[in-house]
Design a protein around this ligand. Sequence first.
Ligand code: ADP
Ligand code: MG
Length: 258
Amino acid sequence: MCAAADPSINSNGALIEVSGLSVYHGQLCAVDDVSFKVERGEVLAMIGANGAGKSTLLRTIAGLHQATSGSIVFNDQDVSKMAPHRRVTLGISLVPEGRRLFTSMTLEENLLVGAHYANKGPFNIAKIYELFDWMHDRRRQRVGQFSGGEQQAVAIGRALVTNPQLLLLDELSLGLAPIIIERIYALIPEIIAQGVSVLLVEQDVTQALNFANRVHCLLEGRTSLVGTPAELSSEEIERAYFGSHLSGYSQSSHGGAG
Ligand SMILES: Nc1ncnc2c1ncn2[C@@H]1O[C@H](COP(=O)(O)OP(=O)(O)O)[C@@H](O)[C@H]1O
Ligand SMILES: [Mg+2]
């Protein structure tokens, strides 16, 4: 069930290695002993039903929640106690679920917030205006007036101007029309071509399978399946995604982290 990473990817030191991570919200264990790596140049899709712990996991990697146990090693450095802005300057950038833009600020001001933490790299505000050709003309408009798809693009731009090595994408497609989702996802290959690795959270499994080198499924906070899109059957994925109550599969354990 558990697959090795794509052998074409240099596994000599993963970009990020998450080991035995557990995160609580009060009494609730939202992420339970989860381990995985993202290799350089890879897209790892984290899938799972609503409430599976995907956002908590991404927010913990970004430093917005504290883990109760486990470690997050990024470029051979343990970042698990580091403040969020320091993680950005090391190269971890989050596009949060629901975008979380500064809606009373202009498009350009939102990008400038990201640029404040910028690392050296291919992205700057001019490059973002190249990537999204409608942005330059509308750079002085408040993003609160923008459509959902436009706001999502601004959120991606704000993350990219930091020049991340690891881009954390949380539910890009949430609330957007299919044509807009297609346009947003069409950018991912271009982003990867700039040397960015991606940890993608997506409830739309088809979308996730299209873009990911590997898939990691969470079920109630625990790892329920790991593999490449090619080697996982839709039955396996469904079972790992929804759990035993849907499939009738007897689930004495959730399976280990691979
Ligand atoms: N800030 C929070 N406070 C309390 N419980 C939370 C908080 N955020 C998420 N949870 C709970 O943690 C679990 C995992 O949530 P979340 O990480 O948002 O899952 P997903 O992104 O997979 O839908 C859910 O049961 C959710 O209700
Ligand atoms: Mg979520």
